[in-house]
Design a protein around this ligand. Sequence first.
Ligand code: FAD
Ligand code: THG
Length: 816
Amino acid sequence: MPRTPRVVVIGAGIVGTSLADELTARGWTDVTVVDRGPLFATGGSTSHAPGLVFQTNPSKTMTVFARYTVEKFAALQHPGGWAFNPVGGLEVATTPERMADLHRKAGWAQSWGIDGRLLTPSECVQLHPLVDRDRILGGFHTPADGLAKALRAAEAQARRAEARGATLRPHTEVLGILDDGRRVTGIRTADGTLDADIVVCAAGFWGAQLARQVGLVLPLVPMAHQYARTGQIAELVGRNTEIAEAGLPILRHQDQDLYFREHGDRLGIGSYMHRPMPVDMTTLLTDTAGEAMPSMLPFTEEDFAPAWHAATDLIPALRDSKVEEAFNGIFSFTTDGFSIMGEHRDLAGFWVAEAVWVTHSAGVARATAEWIIEGTPTIDTHECDLYRFEDVARSPRFIAQTSAQAFVEVYDVIHPHQYRTALRGLRTSPFYPRQCELGASFYEGGGWERPAWYGANDRLVQRLFDDGLAVPHRDEWAARNWSPISIAEAHWTRECVAMYDMTPLTRYEVSGSGAAAFLQQMTTNNVDKSVGSVTYTLLLDESGGIRSDLTVARLGPEHFQVGANSPMDFDWLSRRKPPGVVVRDITGGTCCLGVWGPRAREVIAPLCPDNLSHKAFAYFRAMHTHLGAIPVVMMRVSYVGELGWEIYAGAEYGAALWDLIDEAGAAHGIIPAGRIAFNSLRIEKGYRSWGTDMTAEHRPAAAGLDFAVRVDKGDFVGRQALLTAGSPDATLRSIVFDDPDAAVLGKEPVSVGDTCVGYVTSAGYSATIGRTIAYAWLPAGLVIGETVSVAYRGVTYSATVHAEPVVDPDMSRIKR
Ligand code: FAD
Ligand code: THG
């Protein structure tokens, strides 16, 4: 057999051991797992994780990670007994808001294929008799959830890897990572060096320290979290055998930041109720040098007092008991709650699998193994990508503050359009002072302040009524972080003209000798067109999954401006570019204003020395020109589907550009419009948003984007996979809700009859047709006109599969 690459995995916790298993199962048997501690109670977080596995998560990816963990652990063999005990999961609600949120959670479960059911208080108590029936309004039960015995699962997986040839090296602390300036070559330990082609950092909350040695920032913060075991509880005596340990479902009481499990005739109680307790890693190791468990800090009783009180409220049987053993355990929190996975861009062969719960461990390990061996994971991992973070999100201050907030909010009901309040105002476009004057309501994305709507447009809502247009009634949840002003703004864009701040749209300059050939190789459409062309195109991975969708504007023979989606696009292109090509992020330092609507030409043409007629400046063309005295690049592109341009300028011209267009537009009724209007217009027009509507999990045909693929143009990344791909099982479709007041926010399950067949991705109220339109992944072949139903927080809405695009299918609004 040919030698497989030498892999060193740092960390024998649940992640490292699971990874060793996944790698060796794929034939990569030259794997060494090193750990500073003994096996398998190494002293890391896994050593004392109580192992509750609740699979349902707003993220499909995280849910699939968890489902795989459950399946895998359930099948593991360990001499000590079970590695997974499927006692089921129960979440109870004590407030109406939580109850409504459990409906939403039931929706996620259905969307992602987890069996679950909403229960009445009595049904909850039947399942979990310790719960005080009078305290709860209901619950959500997921029978396949349960308890993982993390140490047994780690050992079983490690031993299986060992049987296939892997080596386990306890008491081996990694002191340094070795490299030849380009790739990793091994690790340094107290006993000497160990050669390696690949090093995976699965070092748990120590990972950030290790990664820093090789110039990587892992935005994770080790935080203490309190876990207590009670003394004997009379009601539990005799219920559980010593082997099973537990029979009642694992229990979450999220209104009080608590969770519970049985330990025989005792209860374990976990609390997130306390203040965030970040751990100072610079002193942790010296402070705990003598401890077998450096991840356990002394219990701080005063922090637990309110938790105990709340726990006895829900579970009266606790009143006769007390805390017997307790500790503050450490594990990693990240700024956005997701794990961190991927390969170092500047040090090939150095991988990380960090900030992973036991719950997601096997799923993360499998995806990491696929990624290392096959080049791409089989499921979409963009939410966990090492390179998803904007620069600002890697600052120590940002990491500390947002992780602390993530801790505080860990069990909160989080609205999908709820945004960070800490560290706002970090990135503002040059239009920001104007937007503030106009009463913009800002939300945050990528560190940018973005207007959601403008208070100044309030008067237009009255005009909607005057024009006899309906303004839908939204329930309190759907109306949160939303305003009917957005409908007026969208309507006005289609009727008249509006200006949109597009500054946060990620853009790169790709230039240098070979730039054209490089972009041609990286993307699906033909971008090797005349100077002045703009092309809508896709980035695919090797398996044909959609990594991103881009606009590529050719501004010179070897000079392109690329409109992209996220820092991951920069990473993807930077890794693959040949030496002569430069990829530069020009988002900061430039600005962009989208001016769109039937009157856009009337506003802009008088300001421009060049001819802006439909013939002279055609759709999907770009031009260097001037507006007034301001040098600009204009692109005739419109994500909202109207006549008009994206206008780019240096940031220093931004204020002048805004004023120029605002003043010139006044006579034509121009308004500023916000992101909610923008989103609803792009949905009307059939345009997809990468990361929400489609991801690397989908190929172009499934996402309705085949028109942007030219398989006959020559080779490009992902082409081979497309040639051999079968037809998709599911396709992205537009559905239109029947009830004008119906609103959904994303991720809701979609059914035909009684069967869940798919899920919503994004949605927006269409001012043009007076209904909400949503995208949904649905079985291929559902015919136009088919009725589907969508479950939204306890309500069922009916909707109809619609032809695409819903608005302006013949492009007459744009091409004029
Ligand atoms: P670890 O288990 O910490 O393993 C990392 C390993 O790396 C350690 O063994 C360490 O010794 C080793 N290492 C570090 N640095 C070096 C070095 N330089 N050289 C060599 N070796 C090194 N998760 C759930 O899913 N459900 C729960 O109910 C749950 N409850 C929890 C309750 C508590 C109190 C705590 C603390 C955590 C809980 N977690 C839970 C989280 C879960 O325990 C962790 O997320 C998970 O165990 C992390 O696994 P890991 O393999 O990444 O890290
Ligand atoms: N503007 C620019 N770049 C971008 C976006 C943008 N890059 C990222 C993201 N948004 C890309 N998404 C789209 C989606 C659709 C269109 C443009 C960008 C679009 N599609 C035409 C259509 O489908 O009819 C393409 C027609 C054609 O191929 O000729 O306009 O907003 N700069």
